[in-house]
Design a protein around this ligand. Structure first.
Ligand code: GLN
Length: 492
């Protein structure tokens, strides 16, 4: 067996799996390439990983199914996915040291396909945030500029893929938490159709919005991981019973596809470099044979308001289970009410407390109709709006976020500014439709990206378009790890 070269860490998941299946690379070598290569120096600066362990990694790699579609592929998973080998803490003090007795369904399917779970990724506490600054383990930083955020809440997963620790990572997307960090870190990030990936073992935030999502540096890797994970699960009654769409034709091109172009959405308030990325993406899709369909769309502000009511309402209910009795941290107290109060005020950080308060208020008897019900009506309207537009096109181009990665600390004291940065991603969660963030190269040293949205089960179409942008002549999507010159952290 050949010794792992320094370059093994740059390989795609496809290439790793094919070498492992063919016997020219072992799963242990594939895993070590990330952990012992240049990535180690990056990790000290970026802090993408919340929990890992050399012996557990080694054991997982040795036990890998070397015949599976993801044979030997190292995967980092967000700390809100239950794993039997690592603690599952959602970046929160309240779950400190909590060990799940079972694997989430997506983790079981990863392992069955041959993937090696190498650890847990840092995240905003309970997936609430857009910057990975709200973790009890401290912030993750953007590998392209350590003074900037990697996006969130799955920032650890995105950053680790971007700097080359792993070719693939899993996150969760309730309002953009896979697509936005993917955009900030220059990698692909897919949020599937609601109900296609099981939520069993994903610690719930907003159950009607949450989906597990996939990060990778190559469109084909996203397709392979989606194929391994998607499908009905008897443990999650919200999974769809029908077979998941077949994504094996991800490399088929976009000839004849119609893409929506709702330019009214980014006519103001969106950075010039993002508008430029959208123009380049549209031109590339047209060169590849797709057809642009100009249209208008609802302004996103409706979505932000509706989302922050629905998501907080569901969170306030989901997070009631963390009471000091069943999981993790327990505050010292002599009676039950102060046990709950102490546990929850000590265990939850300020952003989570804010969301629980907001959600409880929105659901309270006197305000339910005014807030929660009205938000549900807005949600229905947004669904219809998307459905109507998808009568005229196969997919839609959209920004992921209005700006590239912002500075660490820039929005932590202004929750509303942080919430508004989700304006382009939350629509897909409210409507249950799939979306993918596609890297479009650097502007002034920072990654730019575009988002592709489609109707339910449009994953095959989204992946074909993502692939078309990846291979386009001007190398629009070029992750840092593809370049031969390797810049060390802190260079900027
Ligand atoms: N940024 C959004 C929020 O804070 C989305 C989070 C997510 O998708 N998990 O709620």
């Amino acid at each position: 067996m050949s010794a792992p070269t320094l370059e093994t860490w740059r390989l795609s998941a496809r290439e790793v799996a094919s070498r492992v299946r063919g016997g020219s690379l072992s799963a242990v070598e594939a895993m070590d390439a990330g952990w012992d290569g240049p990535a180690q120096a990056w990790e000290r600066e970026v802090h993408a990983v919340a929990h890992t362990d050399r012996e557990l990694r080694q054991a997982a790699a040795e036990a890998a199914n070397t015949k599976g579609p993801l044979a030997g592929v190292p995967v980092l998973v967000k700390d809100n996915l239950c794993t039997t080998d690592y603690a599952t803490t959602c970046g929160s003090r309240i779950l400190a040291g909590w060990q799940s007795p079972y694997d989430a369904t997506v983790i079981r399917r990863l392992r069955r396909a041959g993937a090696v779970v190498v650890g847990k990724a840092n995240m905003d506490e309970f997936a609430m945030g857009s910057s990975t600054e709200f973790s009890c383990y401290g912030p993750t930083r953007n590998p392209y500029d350590l003074a900037r955020v990697p996006g969130g809440s799955s920032g650890g997963s995105a950053a680790a893929v971007a700097y080359g620790l792993v070719p693939v990572a899993l996150g969760s997307d309730t309002g953009g938490s896979v697509r936005q960090p993917a955009a900030f870190c220059g990698v692909f990030g897919l949020k599937p159709t609601y109900g296609r990936l099981s939520r069993y073992g994903l610690v719930a935030f907003g159950s009607s919005l949450d989906q597990v999502g996939v990060f990778a540096r190559h469109a084909g890797d996203v397709a392979d991981v989606y194929a391994a994970l998607a499908g009905a699960d008897p443990f999650d009654a919200t999974t769809r019973p029908t077979p998941a769409p077949d994504v094996s034709a991800w490399d088929r091109g976009v000839e004849g596809l119609r893409f929506g172009w709702p330019e009214n959405l980014w006519s103001r308030g969106v950075d010039a470099c993002i508008v430029d990325a959208l123009d380049r993406a549209a031109a590339a899709l047209e060169r590849a044979g797709a057809v642009r369909v100009p249209m208008t769309f609802l302004p996103g502000e409706y979505g932000v308001a509706a989302y922050y009511l629905v998501a907080t309402a569901e969170a306030s209910s989901n997070l009631a289970r963390f009471d000091g009795v069943r999981y993790g941290h327990r505050g010292a107290a002599s009676d039950l009410v102060s046990l709950y109060t102490r546990t929850r005020t000590e265990g939850f950080g300020p952003e989570v407390q804010r969301r629980i308060l907001l959600g409880t208020y929105a659901l309270s008897a006197g305000y339910y109709d005014a807030y929660y019900l009205k938000a549900q009506r807005a949600r229905t309207r947004i669904r219809h709006e998307f459905a109507e537009r998808f009568g005229h096109c196969d997919l839609m181009l959209m920004p992921v976020a209005p700006t590239p990665a912002f500075r660490v600390g820039e929005k932590t004291d202004d929750p509303l500014a942080m919430y508004l940065s989700d304006v382009f991603t939350i629509g897909a969660n409210l409507a249950g439709i799939p979306g993918i963030s596609v890297p479009m190269g650097l502007a002034d040293g920072l990654p730019t990206a575009v988002q592709l949205l489609g109707p339910e089960d449009a994953e095959p179409v989204l992946l074909r378009a993502a692939r078309a942008l990846e291979v386009d002549g001007d190398r629009a999507a070029l992750p840092r790890t593809h370049t031969t010159e390797f810049a060390w952290p802190g260079k900027r």
